[in-house]
Design a protein around this ligand. Structure first.
Ligand SMILES: [Fe+2]
Length: 347
């Protein structure tokens, strides 16, 4: 604290005002007021560490003034002045937040003692408030540090996922671009379905990395151009579970995991890895499954000729209800999806 502590003395009588000034002036900066208006003006103009208020004044009751002071400056300590006859009133003042009371005529040592204690209490209060402010400040900066660290971890993880997607693309020429095309189809389908924005975003993101688990499948199997042996097919089937395992450490990717894990389930329960059936299969996984099937049929590969749109539609209708969700098939075959696909991916 800089300079002497400031004390406001409010009393309508000159005698007590001046005697308090004389007792306290060496150690404190004393401002006096003879009535309520002067007291309020002074409170508006500056901060006081302590106010000494007479209980009996012609224009305002000291108890009412105490309440005003506590409202205007809650941390200013208040000492009431009373006569022997009104100690009861002084006790009431204590209940309303006054620190202590002085009895007229003043005793020099008791004035100094009460005022010193009042000022000490005010200093302690200010110190506690300052500490709370500093703690809140430190807390805020810690929160923002945690937030920054979290988003930096998040972006590092996303970069890692992108690298893994690129690594899968490099392993298998078909997968290269496949996830991107499937994601585009998924975003078209969820648009037709008018799903909530948040779900659309999640399903799109899941589609962009739905085959990420192929990173765990041997390259010679992925690139094989003839039919796979039973063992090889079993190895490829592991990719949906491997994909879910890759994403599982990242808290912020948790919602994507079921869609990645179950994108090869079938409506009749004969899919993998869990053999879920019908609506047990997450909607996002059912949507990725149909987009996956469409891209597999429309995309030209060295060992499989691309099907025509009509052939694809016929195949989707054939497997509706056994392999694919029949409602989704209904939405897709009557949509503009194939035009979008041809325009964007087939030239
Ligand atoms: Fe897949």
């Amino acid at each position: 604290m800089y300079g002497k502590p400031r004390i406001l003395v409010v009393d309508d009588e000159l005698g007590p005002r001046e005697s308090l000034r004389m007792i306290l002036a060496d150690d404190y900066d004393i401002v006096t007021a003879a009535n309520c208006n002067q007291a309020l003006n002074n409170l508006d103009l500056g901060v006081f560490d302590l106010a000494i208020l007479d209980i009996r004044m012609p224009d305002i009751n000291g108890i009412d003034l105490l309440e005003i002071v506590k409202q205007k400056a809650p941390s200013t300590e208040v000492v009431m002045i009373t006569a022997y006859a009104s100690v009861d009133t002084a006790t009431k003042a204590l209940r309303l937040g006054a620190f202590d009371y002085l009895i007229k005529p003043f005793e020099l040592s008791s004035v100094r003692d009460i005022v010193n204690r009042g000022i000490n209490k005010r200093n302690e209060t200010m110190m506690i408030e300052k500490t709370i402010d500093e703690l809140q400040c430190a807390n805020k900066s810690l929160e923002s540090e945690i937030e920054n660290t979290y988003s930096s971890i998040q972006s590092h993880y996303e970069e890692t996922i992108c690298s893994l997607v690129a690594a899968v693309d490099a392993k298998d020429s078909y997968t290269k671009g496949h996830q991107e095309r499937v994601a585009r189809l998924v975003s078209e389908i969820v648009g037709y379905m008018r799903l909530p924005e948040n779900d659309r975003e999640l399903m799109y993101r899941a589609a962009t990395l739905h085959d990420i688990g192929k990173i765990g499948v041997a390259e010679n199997i992925l690139r094989k151009k003839c039919e796979l042996s039973v063992e090889e097919y079993e190895s490829v089937k592991k990719h949906s579970q491997i994909g879910a395992d890759i994403l599982s450490p990242a808290k912020f990717l948790q919602d994507l995991i079921p869609m990645v894990r179950h994108h090869h389930e079938r409506m009749d329960g004969t899919g993998y890895p869990a053999g879920l059936r019908g609506e047990q299969i997450p909607l996002g996984a059912r949507i990725i499954a149909i987009a996956d099937a469409i891209d597999a049929m429309l995309w030209e590969r060295p060992y499989a000729k691309a099907k025509t749109v009509e052939e694809v539609k016929a195949e989707l209708i054939r497997v509706a209800g056994t392999q694919l969700d029949p409602n989704l098939v209904g939405i897709v075959v009557s949509s503009e999806l194939f035009n979008t696909y041809n325009r964007e991916f087939r030239h």
